[in-house]
Write a protein that binds this ligand. Structure first.
Ligand code: NAD
Length: 249
């Protein structure tokens, strides 16, 4: 029970096979009170129900600052505190550099980077008042190696931006007792790839991974648990690779 009575907010956690939902399930198993934020209220509520009784699902588009602040207000009204935020909501697009239009750039940087900023801003006042908190940001191996496999250059840029934002927040918020870390997953089998991950492609990709397999959502959830609980009490500004050795640096 590593998160007993901790209020844990996870964005983009309604997707059934996603990293956010796996993280929500694991946090609940460890005694956390989980709040699932996602675009659709019904899906967020259903996902919270799947995780178990006493958890909360709310609609929140992380690109909308007012929506993030409303969500934080509602969580504080219900539970009185916010201990953990996992900035997990993200989208990708498999585009080449010359095919990126303004709308592509805006969509991808807005959800991944602006969303991380707005949702963090929404919870920081409560964490500051508590003088404790842990924020986990979801970057990607794509930020580190210049592309994962499915994301275009705008996705790499957004996820690189997440790392800069996370490290700057860690530096600024450390004196308030708030830790801020990132996870950089490799290729994880979720629905973000939109069905483009065929069995043949999986075999091909696994050949380049020292641990010999693609990742699963629970692999990333386990890293989020470590960074969210007191096992990582002296860890801030860190980036944890969860990529099976796809990138060793
Ligand atoms: P997913 O598509 O299964 O889940 C993403 C969730 O984000 C969905 O539930 C979606 O509704 C939600 N979302 C999208 N836009 C939103 C918005 N504006 N506001 C709130 N919620 C929004 O994807 P996943 O693979 O579980 O990805 C989770 C995170 O992990 C993302 O940030 C992704 O970039 C990152 N990541 C994934 C992989 C991978 O291989 N799957 C690798 C590296 C990083």
């Amino acid at each position: 029970m590593l998160l007993r009575e901790k209020v844990c907010v996870i964005t983009g956690a309604a997707s059934p096979r996603g990293i956010g939902k796996a993280t929500a399930r694991l946090f609940a198993e460890h005694g956390g009170r989980v709040v699932i934020l996602d675009l659709d209220a019904g899906q967020a509520e259903a996902a919270a129900g799947d995780v178990g009784a006493g958890h909360l699902g709310l609609a929140c588009n992380v690109t909308d600052k007012a929506a993030c602040q409303d969500a934080a207000r509602e969580i504080l009204a219900r539970f009185g505190r916010i201990d953990v935020l996992v900035n997990n909501a993200g989208i990708t697009q498999p585009l080449k550099i010359m095919d990126i239009e303004a709308a592509n750039y805006e969509a991808v940087t807005d959800v991944n980077l602006r969303g991380t900023l707005y949702m963090s801003q929404a919870v920081i006042p409560a964490m500051r008042a508590q003088r404790s908190g842990s924020i986990v940001c979801m970057s990607s191996v794509s930020a580190q190696r210049g592309g994962g496999i499915f994301g275009g250059p705008h996705y790499s840029a957004a996820k690189g931006g997440v790392l800069g934002l996370q490290k700057a927040m860690a530096r600024e918020l450390g004196p308030d007792g708030i830790r801020v870390n990132s996870v950089t997953p490799g290729l994880i089998q979720t629905d973000i790839t939109g069905g483009k991950l065929t069995d043949d492609l999986k075999v091909e990709i696994a050949k380049g991974i020292p641990l010999g397999r693609l990742g699963v959502a629970d692999d990333v959830a386990n890293a989020c648990l470590f960074l969210s609980c007191d096992l990582s009490a002296y860890v801030t500004g860190a980036v944890v690779d969860v990529n099976g050795g796809m990138l060793i640096h």
